[in-house]
Structures are given as structure tokens and as C-alpha cells.
Design a protein around this ligand. Structure first.
Ligand code: SF4
Length: 277
């Protein structure tokens, strides 16, 4: 089991005490990927070193360890040993709500999910990129069968779930959203489901356009008829809803230098990693 992993940076919210740990590399090659971590190297370190640096950052910035930690990427699950040690260490450091953002591909084996739960995982935010198997392979390079199985495993083990799908015009539209909603409602009609709009300016490949509001609204209504906890969302909606005027985060790099950044700086980071087309 891989015990080391590339860490791109930590992000500390100014709005609500909450941290993100962004790990590098991914097992998918999504055409619409917008993550700066996918192809970055980061600083390679083990979980203990990651926790030491994160705890210093939290103590310096907040003066305490906040309740909530999100592990994101890239894809966190591709280094099982590192991830289990990291979650275990976060729990021992005092984090109460540990959230894993994942594509789910590695979680088709229930023993991995059991280990995550035992280590302290509370919630998983998992994407279903699309339900159609051929389109999924075209879009990500991998089958979605393990992803669908992972959702069943996580639900069976009572890990809280937020499932997300990006609405991509002409690729993932209302029919796909409907199939995903039916699949999820058969597992658990209380699952939280979030539909996000495709953002072409951040996408690795120019595969589509920004969806129209009516398209999103129509898909939302369809999903809502199967899953009552459906929302239409932008990624930072939860934070902005509480403190719309203070939209900043502190990015702490592995060498513990830091930068205060807002939405525009994060957008610039996403765009600047794209190759000119
Ligand atoms: S969108 Fe997520 S799962 Fe897909 S390639 Fe990017 S980091 Fe990986």
C-alpha cells in the first residue's frame, strides 16, 4: 500500500473554519477536468508529515484545529495506505467531520470502504460523471461499473453521501440525469444529489458549452422527482450563502508559505494550467 503522496497545498477557509487537503494525480482522465492537481507533482510526503504541516497551518491561522477537513485532488483513493493513515491522523488531531471527495473508482471493494469508515471517514462526495457506460469510458478513460458499486458500498456502511453530476450539454443532459437519479433512488431516496453546470473555460478539453439555465432547471426538476435532496449548485455555494462578502481562502503550500486568494485567483490558477488550443 502506497504510504506517500504528492500534496499540492492546503486551503483554509476564512468564512467557516474548514480545511481542504489537495493531493496530486488521478486515475481518470476526464475530458472536462478542471483540477489543477491532476497533473501536478506536489511535494511527496507521508501522512504524518502532511498532518504536521497541516496542524502548524491551522494553529497559526485559526489558533485551533477546525471541525471539518475535506480530502480532495486529484484522486485521494489511489494511495490506500497514505489515505487511511491521513484520515486516522486527522481524527486523532481533533477533526470531527472528515470528508472524502472521490471519483469512487477504487472503492468498489467493500473492505477498502470499511477501512475508511473505521479510520474516521464521515462523508463522501462522489461524482457520477455519466451513467452510459460507453460515454463514461470516452469521458474518463475508465468504466463506471466500479463507481456505481462504490456508491452501494458507501451507502451500506452508512457513510453520508453527496453525489454530484456535471451537466454537460450534448454529453450529460436530462436523460442521463434521469438514469442516475433512478439508480440513486433505488439505493437510497434520501441521498443528497447535486447538479453542477459545466464550465468550458476551466475544462482540459473544449468539449461543450455552458448550459442554459432552463436546461439545468429541467434536469433539476427531473432529479428532484426521484431524489428529494437534490440541489442545483455552484461549488462554493455553501460558503457564500453564509458570508457573501468575505470570499477568501488561505492557500498554504507544503513549505508553509501562504497566499490569500479569492475566486478570481483560483480561476486564474485553473485557466493558467491549460495548454493553449
Ligand atoms: S475531474 Fe476529478 S476524477 Fe476527473 S480527471 Fe479531474 S481530478 Fe480526476
Amino acid at each position: 500500500m502506497t504510504k506517500k503522496r504528492g500534496v499540492l497545498y492546503f486551503t483554509l477557509s476564512e468564512m467557516t473554519p474548514r480545511v481542504w487537503i489537495t493531493l496530486t494525480k488521478c486515475n481518470f482522465r476526464c475530458r472536462g477536468c478542471f483540477s489543477p492537481a491532476r497533473d501536478a507533482d506536489g511535494k511527496i510526503m507521508d501522512a504524518e508529515e502532511t498532518l504536521n504541516r497541516l496542524n502548524i497551518a491551522c494553529t497559526e491561522y485559526y489558533g485551533f484545529v477546525p471541525d471539518e477537513a475535506l480530502i480532495t485532488g486529484g484522486e485521494p483513493t489511489i494511495s490506500r495506505g497514505y489515505l487511511l493513515n491521513l484520515i486516522d491522523g486527522l481524527k486523532k488531531s481533533g477533526f470531527k467531520k472528515i470528508i472524502l471527495c472521490t471519483n469512487g473508482y477504487e472503492l468498489s471493494e467493500s473492505d477498502y470502504v470499511e477501512d475508511l469508515k473505521l479510520a474516521g471517514l464521515i462523508e463522501a462526495q462522489l461524482d457520477i460523471k455519466c451513467y452510459d457506460k460507453k460515454v463514461h469510458i470516452w469521458y474518463t478513460g475508465k468504466s463506471n461499473i466500479p463507481v456505481l458499486k462504490a456508491i452501494k458500498n458507501l451507502n451500506n456502511l452508512k457513510v453520508d453521501l453527496i453525489i454530484q453530476t456535471v451537466y454537460i450539454p450534448e454529453i450529460v443532459e436530462k436523460e442521463e440525469i434521469k438514469r442516475i437519479s433512478i439508480f440513486l433512488s433505488d439505493i437510497n431516496p434520501d441521498i443528497k444529489y447535486r447538479i453542477n453546470p459545466f464550465e468550458p473555460k476551466f475544462s482540459y478539453e473544449r468539449i461543450s458549452r455552458t448550459p442554459h439555465e432552463e436546461e439545468l432547471r429541467e434536469s433539476y426538476e427531473i432529479a428532484k422527482s426521484y431524489l428529494k435532496n437534490t440541489i442545483l449548485s455552484m461549488s462554493c455555494r455553501r460558503e457564500f450563502a453564509k458570508n457573501p462578502k468575505k470570499g477568501k481562502w488561505v492557500t498554504v503550500y507544503p513549505d508553509l508559505s501562504f497566499e490569500r486568494r479569492g475566486v478570481e485567483e483560483y480561476e486564474h490558477e485553473r485557466i493558467s494550467r491549460l495548454q493553449p488550443l
